[in-house]
Design a protein. Sequence first.
Length: 337
Amino acid sequence: MSVTHLSEAAPSPPVLQPAFVRTVDRRLVHRRAVHEVFLTGGIREDERNSIAYAQLPIAHPYYLDTAPGPARYDALLLTECARQACTYVAHTQYDVPADWVLLAAVTEIELTDPGALRVGREPAELTMRMHSTPTRRAGSLRVMDTDIRLEINGTHAGFVHGSGRYLTADEYRLLRAGDGEGPRSTSMALTRAGNSVPVPARLVGRRDAGNVVLADGRQVDGGATARLDVPGDHPSIFDHALDHYPAMVLLDGAVRMTALSYALSTGSSDPDIAISRLAAEFDRFAELDAPVELTARLDRVVGNRLDAVVAVSQQGQLLCEVAVSALVTETPAGEHR
């Protein structure tokens, strides 16, 4: 991170929480762009317990691109913060080498206090109280299960549970070798399908069409279906080149499918969908060279609570199922944030 030095004498700085002064080394959270790093530090309490800190921005072109309704910190941003925290702890507390690869296996987040999620006039301080259960092989961390308590500006906001596997670079290359026909293509060559019809941003809670990850959406019995459509140059989804779709974009797709299903089934043109829970187990890689289909089934709509299950599949094989719970608010015509 660059630092600007002033020639004149600076006033005495205010007393700051050291945990929120600067971001951590981007390499320790597997980010290429510094501005995609939210984690600001962490401390180890004992072998299994640690505390990680992140600063939540008041604006972000991807994670805070929401419409309609009030600006809020959502499940995707907080899941990304938790991912960064787990990655940081793996490297700094459990000595995972920098070139090892993390494979997400299980992700679950539950948000319990909508009031704590409101975006204010200043960046918010996220404290993540982590309890990790490491599994080692030959002295090296191979699996880590982590439970996280989320606190925003001191208020309990929810929980995260995650599980991930750690592979050496050589193990990952062997795993991804597949049929041995050569290296897999990467996201650098990935473009949106030219003959696809993007899902309208307003139907899936976005303002910027560039952040919409679905195309060719249509209503089906009990819900909706669409195809994943993401360009490889998206600066947040593909912060660095990958040979598969990351778990985070599959979660984003599930969030958008839930909103789309509700919009198509109710005729709502501007639903405000606030995610309260996401839960997924990732069984297979989502490859870049074949269509990824998402199908949402609305399980229940009671009052303003919505439950859905989103199946993510590719070439007839189920990649994962994402359970989604949300609170729905209808925005009156003509009223926008």
